[in-house]
Write a protein that binds this ligand. Sequence first.
Ligand code: ADP
Ligand code: ADP
Length: 229
Amino acid sequence: MEIIRCEELMKTYGNNSAAVHAVDGVNLSFEQGTFTAITGKSGSGKSTLLHLLSGLDRPTSGKVIYQENNLFQYNDNQLSVLRRRRFGFVFQAYNLVRELTAQENILLPVMLDNRKPDEEYLKRLTDMLGIEDRLNHLPGAMSGGQQQRVCIARALANKPAILFADEPTGNLDGKTGREVLTLMRTISTELGITMILVTHDLGVAEQADRIIRLEDGKVAEDSGEGASL
Ligand code: ADP
Ligand code: ADP
């Protein structure tokens, strides 16, 4: 079952002779529960595509259809509510609140949404991520890999339909990065969460179900059989 797709997605910066087509007419469909890596050289449009798919940024033209609706028909407030409720985000930088413990950081999105935490779900999540004994630590007292696992727990705390990750292993050494990826994969499979991640690291991308390679804002390769429009 399809969960999200984009149609003729285009993002152009600048104009006329100085125009850069960061994303140039991309059509992609993503199946529910799958794990996709978007890869390509620096400047190929990976971040821009991820920002458009996740509604962090608006395209110059084209659509992103999530549950039958074009994301860009919503105003900024509606879009930010949809992102908060349905999407999770993990970035290269950890962005944890330094004054709060791991546990408090993880609970933040639940609190901000005035929801009651699902203790059982959160316990399962922190166990799967292997951070159950780090929950009372401040970010400064944790390794990079541990901090990123806390970020993943926080991104999943609201039970998002889709987790978007932009170079989630970018600040980690190769081994730690692969471990974090393996955990994300396991969680995607066990909890049925769709994950779309950007990485320039082929070792990381190889762990995905599907690899999409961008070149100059266009899809140059897509291992997803028949998944492309
Ligand atoms: P990647 O993530 O693959 O490194 P990006 O999506 O960051 O690629 O960038 C794609 C292209 O768009 C690059 O040429 C980049 O310089 C350009 N670009 C990205 N964001 C902006 C922006 N805000 N203003 C102008 N050009 C941008
Ligand atoms: P990444 O490491 O994810 O590829 P970049 O370093 O390409 O990120 O870009 C970081 C941020 O700067 C992004 O939000 C991107 O949109 C913006 N950006 C990238 N290239 C340019 C540019 N040429 N001019 C202005 N902003 C840019």
